[in-house]
Structure formats: structure tokens, C-alpha cells
Design a protein around this ligand. Structure first.
Ligand code: C5P
Length: 395
């Protein structure tokens, strides 16, 4: 494998020498391009010694008296990993700027580029950064999400460059993606449901849909065809193997599930479906006339239970549980009651904020009891672990 690493001016550039060593140890060829400012953060001497190749910094290489040919770099590499990718370089990638060797190489790359953004948490949350990430994703760049934890600024949050081992595995997975679900038909439910009270109000919950989307993305990257039935979220998926069905209420989600159920081999029910809906939806906006107001509710159909009852021997159902007391016992009860093949319990002890968080911790129960515990990790990683587990119970 020929790995081209682009290094930009972030503190976490100190991790890149270890990453280079890992690639070399595993038999890869490595070349590096550094932005001029990044040479203040890590020495080109270290980078060239470990990568066993001269480092490209400027277009004109003063040492060798030759031109650093960005097109040749692009032709040589199997993959271009830009790590750390600063907010500045991210912005240039989104705009197609071409003011240094790294940017010119990006524009000349024939193969895929992977970036690993790393910056302070406020910067990472900034709308311009979010917008630029959306843009590069739309341009076909793969983005490795930053880790959560201590940052160089002293703050703690999202923005850390993942450890060299993680970056190594992400690149390898990208180069030789596992296709263990090739053409398998999967259904995933995600997000909350909104149950209308009147034309402007609803009963809902805080589910962000991130876990369901991460599961859909991981299945699709492993070759599955995914029907993603999602309640209202801000998330979008552009994966060609994901067919997104957008719904609002539990009844609409139920209809969509029934429509697609026969063709489904594996159903993962990650949606936080409202248990009840108003018995009547007021036709006009309810006026603030009386001191108190009661809304009568009626139970929604349990979609996971329906799928559990209506599955053939070739279909599998996996549900989720979020419990505040007797979690394991309740998860096991749910498994039996809903005739599911597995229940993924969101563990709240160490990870109080499960909704809207980018991380999660889960315990998976199958018919034999506790099958697997996945420690706190990004929802992307947890999705991968859940699907690795599903591999052990699929037909
Ligand atoms: O019963 P409870 O809501 O705790 O069960 C959670 C699991 O059941 C989740 O997998 C959820 O997607 C699913 N569920 C459903 N339809 C409902 C309620 C929950 O599919 N009406």
C-alpha cells in the first residue's frame, strides 16, 4: 500500500511520526507532504527519516534542486490521508484553493482522500467548519471524526486527533473495505417520532438519530442495501446504498416498516418511537383559554414487536433499550416480549447523556443472555461493534 500523508499545522501533528512508523512496520510505503506552517510543529527531519522518503513542503525542492510534482504524488498514492487537518486546510479543501503543495496534490488526487480534522472544540463546533465538512463529504472525501477528550487548549471535548492506531485502521478499512454484508437487505429505524397535538404542536423526544444513522452507514459501507426509516432529524445520508424514508409520526413509521418488511433480512430498530399519541389531533391551534388542559393519549403500535411477530426464519430483529432502573433485567424482558433476536441496551452509568451525544456505551443481550459489552466509544465505532455482533446471529 502506498500511503501519502498530508500534515498541516496542528499541535496533534506530534502523533504523525508514530503513525508513519506503524504504516512502515505493516509493510506500507509512506510519503509525506507538509504545509510550510506545520514544520513548526513537527520536524521534517523526523518525518523524512521515519517515512524513508524526502518530505514535500514547497513546489520547488531546494535540497534536490528539483520540482515537487503534485501530479506525481497523486498518481503514486493509493490513498491521501490529511492528518491533522486544520480548520484552515479544511476550508481550502472545501473551496478548492491551490496555494501550497498539499492543496495542489489534493486537487490532483485520482484516488480517495481521507481527512482527520483536529482542532479546538469551539472551532470544531463553528458553523463554518460544519459547513466545510458537509462540503468535502459531498465532494467524496472521507472524514474520520475527531475523538472526544483533553485538548491542547486545556479544554475538553470533541476535536482530538484519533490515536495513530485508530488512524491506521481507518485507512486500512478504507483501502480494503470489509464487504461481509454485500447485497444483504437491511432496515434501520432511527430518530424520534413527533405525535401531533394540533397543527403546530407535537409530543416528541430528544433522540438525535445519530446511532441509527451510524448503523445504516456501517451496514452500507459493508455492502448492504439499507432502507433507513427516520423520524425528524437534522441528519442526512448521501450513501448510494442507503434509501432514506422520512416519516414524522409512529403510525407513519409503522406503515413504512410494513411496506419494506418482506424484503428485509435484518431489521435494526433504533428509533425512539413515542409510546403514545394524542387520541385526537385538534384541527385548529388549541387556544390558551382554560387554566389546565388535558390531552388524552392512546398507545402507539409497537413496531419492533410487530416485526418480531411477523418475521420468518430468515429474518432477524434487533431492538434498543434505554432504561433508568433494573436495566439488564428490563432489557432481557424486552427481548422476550418483543420476540427480538437481540436487544442493545444503552448503558447510562458512564455515559449519562445518550441522546444527542456522539458517544455511547452499550450491552447487547441475545437469547442466551449477555452477549457483548462495548465500552464508551464514538457512535460510529459502536455501530461497527453492533454489526460485528449481528454477524454472529444472522442466518
Ligand atoms: O418498549 P421500548 O420503547 O422501551 O422499546 C424500545 C425498542 O422498541 C426500540 O428498539 C424501539 O425502536 C422499539 N419500539 C418500536 N415501536 C414502539 C416503541 C418502541 O419499534 N412503539
Amino acid at each position: 500500500m502506498r500511503i501519502l500523508i498530508g500534515i498541516t499545522a496542528g499541535i496533534s501533528a506530534y502523533k504523525i511520526p508514530l503513525l508513519i512508523r506503524k504504516f512502515i512496520k505493516e509493510g506500507c510505503e509512506v510519503r509525506c507532504i507538509m504545509t510550510p506552517d506545520s514544520t513548526d510543529f513537527v520536524s521534517p527531519l523526523v518525518i523524512s527519516t521515519l517515512s524513508k522518503n524526502p518530505v514535500g513542503i514547497e513546489f520547488w525542492n531546494k535540497e534536490t534542486g528539483s520540482w515537487n510534482n503534485h501530479v506525481a504524488y497523486g498518481e503514486w498514492a493509493d490513498v491521501f490521508l490529511i492528518a491533522p487537518c486544520t480548520a484552515n486546510t479544511l476550508n481550502k479543501l472545501a473551496q478548492g484553493a491551490c496555494d501550497n503543495l498539499l492543496m495542489a496534490t489534493y486537487l490532483s488526487m485520482r484516488h480517495n482522500t481521507i481527512i482527520s480534522p483536529a482542532m479546538d472544540l469551539e472551532m470544531y463546533q463553528h458553523p463554518t467548519v460544519k459547513r466545510n465538512i458537509e462540503q468535502v463529504l459531498a465532494d467524496g472525501v472521507r472524514v474520520i471524526p475527531p475523538d472526544h477528550g483533553e485538548l491542547a487548549s486545556g479544554l475538553s471535548g470533541e476535536g482530538r486527533l484519533p490515536e495513530p492506531e485508530t488512524l491506521y485502521h481507518e485507512v486500512m478499512a478504507h483501502l480494503a473495505p470489509q464487504k461481509d454484508y454485500l447485497n444483504i437487505k437491511v432496515m434501520v429505524t432511527a430518530g424520534p417520532t413527533y405525535e401531533a397535538i394540533d397543527p403546530v404542536r407535537f409530543i416528541g423526544n430528544h433522540s438525535s438519530g445519530k446511532m441509527g444513522f451510524a448503523i445504516a452507514e456501517n451496514f452500507a459501507s459493508r455492502g448492504a442495501w439499507v432502507t433507513l426509516i427516520t423520524g425528524p432529524t437534522t441528519l442526512e445520508s448521501s450513501h448510494e446504498r442507503i434509501h432514506c424514508v422520512k416519516v414524522t409520526s409512529a403510525l407513519e413509521m409503522f406503515d413504512a416498516v410494513k411496506t419494506h418488511w418482506d424484503e428485509t433480512e435484518i431489521g435494526v430498530f433504533a428509533a425512539a418511537v413515542a409510546d403514545y399519541r394524542p387520541t385526537q389531533i385538534a384541527e385548529e391551534k388549541i387556544k390558551k383559554t382554560s387554566e389546565d388542559l388535558s390531552i388524552e393519549l392512546i398507545k402507539n403500535p409497537d413496531i419492533l414487536s410487530w416485526a418480531g411477530l411477523n418475521k420468518s426464519s430468515k429474518q432477524r430483529t434487533i431492538g434498543f433499550a434505554l432504561e433508568t432502573n433494573d436495566a439488564d433485567q428490563n432489557a432481557r424482558g424486552k427481548l422476550a416480549r418483543k420476540n427480538a433476536d437481540a436487544i442493545v441496551l444503552n448503558v447510562l452509568e458512564e455515559n449519562e447523556k445518550c441522546f444527542n451525544s456522539d458517544t455511547n456505551k452499550v450491552r447487547i443481550f441475545d437469547v442466551n443472555g449477555l452477549a457483548l459489552e462495548l465500552p464508551v466509544a464514538s457512535k460510529t465505532k459502536i455501530a461497527q461493534g453492533i454489526i460485528d455482533f449481528i454477524t454472529t446471529i444472522r442466518v
